[in-house]
Design a protein around this ligand. Structure first.
Ligand SMILES: Nc1ncnc2c1ncn2[C@@H]1O[C@H](COP(=O)(O)OP(=O)(O)OP(=O)(O)O)[C@@H](O)[C@H]1O
Ligand SMILES: [Mg+2]
Length: 294
């Protein structure tokens, strides 16, 4: 493969080159995961860069990204594999005179298999980055499926036998912690808490994502957001919202964060009127409901 990480600093540099600014802990965990062949469990609030980390790892290593998006009700057929019933049926209909024994071997073969992300990752001849996104959304029972795969990187398909991975994927699971993942799953992973970035790092992220932004202004925005995050809210602003806010301010030709401009654009940063009101009060801004743009 094209990457060669020999220290956490290498990891930080190569992620930085593809637009992901990792702090020391993130760089260290990614480094260890790559050396120990262990999955990463990235957990933290919404919009702090958990998914983006996996995308950046794929880019930095030149590997294909295989993504399993988790949701309530996700099952084996959507995560691992299923048989293409429609195609099987057509085959059976076209071959009505044939012996069942022959047919059975035929319709439960490679050509009738629908590969889902976990099987894709296992069977890939080139090593991949496997992203199991929002793992806390699946039911506890479905976790067992992940355990089996993560444990041995093999899958047994009754009709085809056991398929073992030929290459070692880099695996990232993400969670918003809407429910606790099982101890069994956690034990197999390197745990990575992804917090809101420090002011310094958010400023760097802003400068990277919104290059037109003057440095001082980026600093001011990062500081303001950090102070807003101190307040108890229904929805604390995420990094994506900070980026949106910075872009908005630039688009409106605003290059200084005064009380009035802040009040008029808070609705980009915050998604609940109660949060907007609370923030305005706390920052001593004069904002009447829906004041944006007025
Ligand atoms: N360290 C970082 N370096 C560069 N960009 C970042 C970083 N952290 C966050 N971002 C930016 O924030 C955006 C949101 O990140 P992402 O979608 O990965 O969040 P998430 O943690 O997966 O959120 P959710 O839990 O809602 O899925 C990314 O598109 C990226 O632009
Ligand atoms: Mg995400």
């Amino acid at each position: 493969m094209t990457y060669n990480w020999s220290t956490p600093t290498d990891v930080r540099d190569s992620l930085g080159e593809v637009g992901y600014l990792a702090d020391d802990r993130i760089a260290q965990v990614v480094f260890l995961a790559s050396k120990l062949d262990k999955p990463i469990l990235a957990e933290g609030p919404a919009g702090v860069g958990k998914t983006a980390l996996a995308l950046a790892m794929a880019k930095a290593t030149g590997r294909r990204l295989v993504r399993l998006q988790c949701y309530e009700g996700l099952d084996e057929a959507k995560a691992l594999y299923e048989w293409d019933y429609h195609k099987q049926l057509l085959r059976l209909q076209s071959d009505e005179g044939a012996e069942w024994d022959d047919l059975e071997g035929d319709i439960f073969s490679e050509a009738f298999l629908l590969e889902r992300p976990l099987l894709t990752a296992i069977r890939s001849s080139e090593p991949v980055v496997l992203l199991i996104d929002e793992a806390d959304r699946i039911e506890v029972e479905t976790e067992a499926l992940l355990l089996e795969v993560l444990d041995s990187f093999q899958v047994t398909i009754p009709e085809l036998g056991t398929i073992e991975a030929v290459t070692q994927p880099l695996v990232v699971l993400t969670s918003n912690n809407t429910r606790e993942l099982s101890e069994a799953l956690k034990r197999r992973c390197l745990y990575l808490h992804v917090p809101y970035p420090t002011i310094e790092r958010e400023r760097e992220i802003l400068l990277l994502k919104v290059p037109e932004l003057p440095e001082q202004f980026a600093d001011k925005i990062a500081r303001t957001v950090a102070s807003i995050r101190e307040l108890p809210m229904r929805k604390t602003p995420s990094v994506s919202e900070t980026i949106d806010w910075a872009r908005t301010l630039l688009l409106l030709g605003i290059d200084e964060l005064g009380d009035e401009t802040t009040a008029a654009t808070l609705n980009v940063l915050l998604k609940h009127q109660t949060d907007i009101d609370k923030t305005a009060k706390e920052l001593g801004l004069n904002v009447s409901s829906g004041a944006a743009g007025e």
